[in-house]
Design a protein around this ligand. Structure first.
Ligand code: ADP
Ligand code: MG
Length: 578
């Protein structure tokens, strides 16, 4: 259980606020996360990490001299939004560009990727290398599609030290690829984790068993096995890791034995001792191993082992001094702790959750055509009905997502739809036209919801707003074009094809049916209703196949028999907005 919370909805923001307030010598709060209290030297690359909250000390607790320059902190288990990423990156940047090192989850890649593009658009060079260390989530041939877990600590440590040594962005990004390729992790869970305010864990592990191949977002393990001794667990993990990537004799290896939140330090040392002796027996040279809970998953009980093959270039970076709240390494031969000057922490990190990307909003000072403004009013009412519909289905959507994903889809959709409705209402009050109001709704949705679906709904709504414009009451044909623009944006951002078991599976039949009905002369309202029925049937039909993309990909087969949550919520909204 997670026992302590105030308002569960504020849990992540309050934890971050407390963290920043307690460590003013190490970090400074900025909208969207934290940056180092001591700025990097001018011209050095800023290494920016981040992801959902609930993993402390990942990621804010890895910021400080010798480690990360900035950490973006999303909601619990939910990727931060593009504007949060941008805000932290801009604050951390010191003239040498930005290297983003998120861990590999669809939502994080979408939001970090969009922020990278926006920075490049502003002529700030930026690169992105996702950490893909979890060997349970794909075979060696799929290395770059694997999800990221605790091995990200090893990767970030090496890259941050290289950045602090003055390495330029391009070689640093090349090094990032190489270090990620040399890193792999495997973990086991003994119990699931509980979201703040929830009275049940996201999954459970039968007593006496362990789930092998844990995810850090409440995804269930890939298989169950009898839980043996601490040594048996260590052997299982070392065997799995070395089968995936054989150790090189005499090779140097960095090791992290990581606790997932509820596993005690003593238990970790039992495992770590065996891991160390197994690696040494296999001829490896274990360099400065780290044992601790550095990537947690709320209150999950579990342990993972991460290995990074070091070489002549990376070993000194692994050994370089670092000073963060969670990890400290002294200068070799010196006991002087690194000095970090304090800066004021007068920024509320929560401000970011209400952030907007003003730079890309259409200028609403140009008066909209009154018929377009009236259409914005109707659309606002329709979106209000969608909010009620997703609120009523929040638990059900979460349960669908918990089968093969992380269980947050209902909460994310409610947050996003509410924020979009509110932003649209503000637009309507300002006299905005339909295009602007929808664009604003999309920005608010992606900012506040985070997650894969947040990024895609945000991009879709913005694209449909841009397609409609503010000049007139839209015709049925223009509505069809706007829905097509929504689909195009979702596909170009997310890359999913029909049949991959995503919201695209409901969207494509929705657009096709709408087109068909309008072509044969049906009025818009009737056509929309028929299209929503088609979307709903298609969403249910996604139960028949396995997920091939997004967070559920790892557990694709487990999703057979359950419809895709994003397809179901899309159909729900389509049906409620008529
Ligand atoms: P997350 O996966 O980040 O936790 P959500 O749980 O809110 O995000 O949303 C999950 C839904 O997002 C999936 O059910 C699926 O419909 C949709 N989705 C995931 N990846 C993609 C993609 N590449 N393209 C389109 N939709 C996607
Ligand atoms: Mg999810």
């Amino acid at each position: 259980m997670t026992h302590l919370a105030n308002d569960p909805a504020d849990f992540a923001a309050e934890a971050l606020e407390g963290f920043a307030a307690l460590h003013p010598d190490l970090v400074q709060a900025v909208p969207g996360g934290v940056i180092r209290a001591t700025p990097p030297r001018a011209g050095h690359v800023a290494v920016v990490l981040g992801g959902g909250s609930g993993h402390h000390p990942a990621f804010a607790g890895w910021v400080g001299p010798g480690m990360g320059h900035g950490a973006v902190c999303g909601n619990i288990f939910s990727s931060p939004s593009e504007s949060q990423v941008l805000s932290v990156a801009r604050a951390a940047e010191a003239g040498g560009g930005v290297l983003f090192v998120p861990i590999n989850y669809a939502g994080d890649i979408l939001h970090f990727g969009a922020a990278r593009e926006a920075l490049e658009g502003d002529e700030v060079p930026a690169r992105l290398v996702a950490v893909t260390d979890d060997i349970a989530s794909g075979g060696p041939a799929e290395h770059h599609q694997r999800r990221g877990i605790a091995g990200s600590f090893l990767v970030v440590k090496v890259l941050a030290a290289a950045a602090d040594s003055g390495m330029a962005l391009d070689p640093l990004a090349d090094l990032a690829v190489r270090v990620n390729d040399a890193t792999r992790s495997l973990g086991v869970a003994f119990s699931g984790c509980t979201l703040p305010g929830a009275d049940q864990a996201l999954f459970s592990v039968p007593t006496g068993q362990m789930a092998v191949g844990l995810g850090i977002h409440g995804e269930p393990g890939l298989s169950h096995q009898e839980l043996g001794t601490a040594q048996d667990v260590a052997d299982l993990l070392v065997d799995g890791l070395t089968a995936d990537r054989p150790l090189s004799t005499g090779g140097a290896v960095a090791v992290l034995v990581n606790g997932l939140g509820a596993t005690t330090p003593d238990e970790l040392y039992l495992v770590a001792a065996r891991v160390q002796s197994r690696l040494v027996a296999a001829g490896a040279r274990v360099v400065a191993p780290v044992v601790g809970s550095l990537v947690t998953s709320m209150d999950m009980a579990g342990v993972s082992v991460s290995l990074l093959d070091l070489d002549e270039e990376t070993e000194p970076y692994w050994l370089a001094p670092a000073h963060t709240s969670s990890f400290w390494r002294a200068e070799t031969g010196s006991s002087t702790p690194p000095v970090s000057a304090s800066r004021s922490t007068d920024v509320d990190p929560r401000a970011a959750s209400a952030g907007t990307d003003r730079g890309r909003q259409p200028d609403i000072t140009a008066p909209a055509d009154p018929r377009s403004a009236a259409a914005a009013g109707w659309a606002h009412e329709a979106l209000g009905r969608a909010v009620s519909a997703v609120e009523a289905q929040e638990a059900e959507l979460g349960a669908l997502d918990a089968v093969a994903g992380d269980g947050d889809h209902g909460a994310g959709m409610v947050r996003g739809a509410r924020a979009a409705h509110q932003a649209m209402g503000a637009g309507v009050a300002d006299g905005a036209g339909l295009g602007t109001a929808l664009h604003r709704a999309g920005t608010a949705w992606s900012d506040v919801a985070g997650g894969t679906s947040g990024a895609l709904w945000g991009a879709g709504l913005r694209a449909s707003g841009d397609s409609l414009g503010d000049d007139a009451e839209p015709t049925a044909g223009q509505v069809l074009d706007a829905v097509q623009a929504f689909l195009d944006a979702v596909q170009s951002r997310g890359g999913a094809q029909p049949g991959d078991k995503t919201m695209v599976d409901a969207l494509v039949p929705f657009v096709e049916q709408l087109r068909h009905e309008l072509d044969r002369g049906s009025p818009l309202r009737e056509a929309w209703s028929a299209a929503a029925d088609a979307a709903s049937q298609a969403a249910q039909a996604t139960a028949d196949h396995a997920a091939r993309t997004g967070r559920s990909r790892t557990h694709g087969d487990a999703s057979i028999g359950t419809p895709d949550p994003g397809a179901v919520s899309l159909a729900l909204i389509a049906g409620s907005t008529n």
